[in-house]
Design a protein around this ligand. Structure first.
Ligand code: NAP
Length: 161
């Protein structure tokens, strides 16, 4: 199964200048707890933005042009689709914008932290999606420095694959 996980602003903002827009400790904790002991797939830019390898997770980086010592690189996004779309194993697509775009159509589940804030300097965005196609469960509602956010778990309706 392919799952997307992201934190998005009111206009679907997800990043600026190669970094996240918001750094919410509780959200980071949710990300860690949700992805721990799973495979995480990311684009090369997202890999570069990390302070280091994510512990206790198998990291796979999608890149056409780069190699990274000790990290599994794939050149073709379809490898993930072919292997995991119909698998019991849940793999997490952890960004960035280009990967969310690519894998959205194959995803059965999304964890989205929806932050009640905007960022006019954002330069990367989560793709828009039709909320009617997803069942929506709110897992957490919280506030960080007076900014409200909700963590949603979306499950695709009528998932026939
Ligand atoms: N808010 C969130 O939840 C969240 C999560 C993750 C990231 N982010 C933010 O998102 C931004 C990065 O996103 P991004 O869209 O710029 O970059 P990205 O998706 O992380 O990485 C893009 C790179 O991935 C590789 N790639 C993409 N599509 C490919 C394909 N079809 N085949 C082979 N390789 C492919 C290419 O690497 P090569 O150039 O090496 O070929 C491409 O340059 C940062 O600001 C980051 O902080 C936010």
């Amino acid at each position: 199964m392919i799952t997307l996980i992201a934190s998005i602003g009111k206009n679907n903002e997800i990043g600026k200048n190669g970094d996240l827009v918001w750094h919410i400790k509780e959200d980071m904790k949710f990300f860690k707890n949700t992805t721990i002991n799973h495979i995480v797939v990311m684009g090369f830019n997202t890999y570069k933005s990390l302070p280091g390898p994510l512990k206790n997770r198998e990291m796979i980086v999608l890149s056409k042009n780069n190699n990274i010592d000790g990290i599994k690189i794939i050149r073709d996004y379809k490898e993930i689709v072919d292997k995991y779309e119909d698998s019991e194993i849940e793999v997490f697509i952890i960004g960035g914008a280009t990967l969310y775009e690519i894998y959205m159509e194959y995803a059965k589940r999304m964890y989205l932290t929806e932050i009640d804030d905007t960022c006019k300097d954002a330069d990367v965005f989560f793709p828009s999606f039709n909320r009617n196609e997803w069942n929506d469960e709110i897992l957490q509602e919280n506030e960080h420095n007076k900014i409200k956010y909700k963590i949603h778990k979306y499950e695709r309706k009528n998932y026939l694959k």
